[in-house]
Design a protein around this ligand. Structure first.
Ligand SMILES: *[C@@H]1O[C@H](CO)[C@@H](O)[C@H](O)[C@H]1NC(C)=O
Ligand SMILES: *[C@@H]1O[C@H](CO)[C@@H](O)[C@H](O)[C@H]1NC(C)=O
Ligand SMILES: *[C@@H]1O[C@H](CO)[C@@H](O)[C@H](O)[C@H]1NC(C)=O
Length: 272
């Protein structure tokens, strides 16, 4: 009785809010406070998918003819120039880059060299397509691909559903120049680059095939965000839960405290 009265009284102002302008203002005020609190909290979390379509369009239209990859657009971008009946792959050269947090500020040299190369290739017929993946802006995508910063990923794009070859090449991040990248392309990269393979392959890997790459990317990214002590607490809670479940099972369901034993299903259960 008491509960329903209380809740009825409590709910009255809420119901009234809809009609009374005074309450409405008050309610808006509370909502505003809650929103700014949440907004403040959310702004402290790094953005999992920061993509500026205007800047990306400018980079594409500019003299570099460079695409900026993002979680939502990378696939369409890479498949973009592929003709449905094509049998020769369209080559994409993608630099995995980052900023102060993801690359400790060491990606500047290699990114400048790559940009310069993109500018040269933009005016060279038959040159590869170029794109940047910035792990500072796209942490989830980088995690989903398990892509290391400072690496060059060369995609050989064929029409769907053909498997896609990806070649990865580490460049010297302090010394690499545009000439090095141009020479690598001219002389053929397949001798020195590594054919990408395995779990995290963005097209052929099992994660990609089962559509799990992006969720896994979020999970890995989330773990990266956790301070290490928080991670340790989680692991400890998890292992304790596992342990006590194990003990309960080994105990025949009696529990560690030795409480009254529940009747075993089947045998001791009273017959009807
Ligand atoms: C990266 O770090 C350098 C040196 O610490 C600093 O000058 C620069 O402003 C930082 N860049 C960003 C985007 O935070
Ligand atoms: C490379 O080009 C992209 C796109 O125009 C730009 O956002 C980035 O700042 C450039 N990087 C360097 C190091 O110049
Ligand atoms: C990059 O080049 C510099 C200068 O040649 C060299 O000292 C350094 O060891 C190289 N780094 C890697 C990772 O190969």
């Amino acid at each position: 009785m008491r509960f329903s009265t209380t809740s009825a009284i409590l709910s009255l102002p809420l119901l009234a809010v809809a009609d009374v302008p005074d309450y409405q203002a008050q309610f808006q005020n509370y909502m505003g406070q809650a929103q700014s609190y949440l907004g403040n909290f959310a702004s402290k979390i790094p953005h999992p998918n920061k993509h500026d379509p205007v800047a990306a369009a400018a980079a594409k239209a500019g003299s570099l003819n460079l695409d900026i990859l993002s979680l939502n657009t990378w696939k369409d971008t890479l498949y973009g120039p592929v003709k449905p009946e094509s049998t020769t792959p369209e080559e994409w050269w993608v630099l995995i880059t980052g900023g102060n947090k993801t690359c400790f500020g060491h990606c500047g040299q290699i990114e400048a060299a790559f940009n310069e190369t993109a500018g040269k290739w933009a005016v060279t017929p038959g040159a590869p397509h170029t794109a940047l993946l910035n792990c500072e802006d796209q942490p989830v995508l980088c995690n989903a691909w398990s892509a290391p910063v400072g690496a060059l990923w060369i995609f050989e794009m064929l029409p769907e559903p053909a498997p896609i070859n990806i070649w990865t090449k580490r460049l010297n991040m302090t010394t690499a120049t545009s000439d090095d990248i141009v020479a690598l392309q001219k002389e053929g990269f397949k001798d020195s680059a590594k054919l990408h393979d395995g779990f995290f392959h963005p097209f052929n890997g099992p994660l990609a095939k089962y559509g799990a790459a992006t969720p896994v990317g979020y999970v890995l990214w989330g773990f990266n965000l956790l301070p290490s002590w928080a991670f340790m607490i989680l692991v400890s809670i998890f292992s304790r839960t596992m342990m006590s479940n194990r003990m309960n099972q080994a105990d025949g369901g009696r529990g560690v405290q030795g409480g009254p034993r529940p009747p075993a299903v089947g045998q001791a259960a009273p017959r009807r």
